[in-house]
Design a protein around this ligand. Structure first.
Ligand SMILES: [Zn+2]
Length: 184
């Protein structure tokens, strides 16, 4: 009986420990450098670019070495498109992350969906199709760091920026910060 308990406990440890370590890192993909240079497409409005830059700074200010710079030759890019025209899912934002055979991220492009009405005042309403630039750009730039949605890896963090929801999330939570700090 005792031995059985020990075996079960060992199994639990084996199951639990890697899960914690993999929490923000499910695919094993990562940037080779902790500083990522990005560019905003000139097709984006001034409001969009200022929101994107502010949210990039929020990630940069989080604990750890992850830095997002709007300067120089870039491997990350922000633009916009009609997702309907492209035949994509009707989501506010999508990030396409390129990864090489060694699981090193080589680039990313994030798209804002022009089929939504955009604002910078935290209005997130699926029925009126209103979207907040800061909420969406903060979330998508978490995907740049290869953070995933907590619910996809069995974690319950409804408050996290990385957990999609139709509510304003304009600042990083402890869970988001722990994730990016863990990775970089
Ligand atoms: Zn997402």
């Amino acid at each position: 009986m005792k031995r059985k308990t020990i075996i079960i406990l060992s199994l639990l440890l084996i199951l639990v420990v890697p899960a914690a370590a993999d929490a923000y890192y499910a695919p094993g993909d990562k940037w080779g450098s902790s500083t990522v240079y990005y560019m905003n497409d000139t097709n984006l409005s001034g409001t969009a670019t200022s929101c994107i830059n502010a949210m990039a700074n929020a990630w940069t200010d989080a604990p750890g070495n992850w830095v997002l710079r709007n300067a120089g030759p870039h491997t990350a890019y922000w633009t916009k498109a009609s997702f309907k025209a492209k035949g994509w899912p009707d989501w506010p934002g999508i990030s396409a992350v390129s990864v090489n055979m060694s699981h090193i991220v080589t680039g990313v492009t994030s798209y804002l969906n022009t089929d939504y009405n955009w604002n910078n005042s935290g209005i997130m309403n699926v029925s009126t199709r209103n979207c907040d630039y800061k909420t969406i750009s903060l979330h998508e730039m978490g995907h740049w760091g290869v953070l995933d949605h907590p619910s996809l890896i069995g974690q319950n963090h409804p408050e996290a920026v990385m957990q999609p929801a139709w509510v304003a999330k304009q600042s990083l939570t402890t869970d988001d910060k722990s994730g990016i700090d863990y990775l970089y």
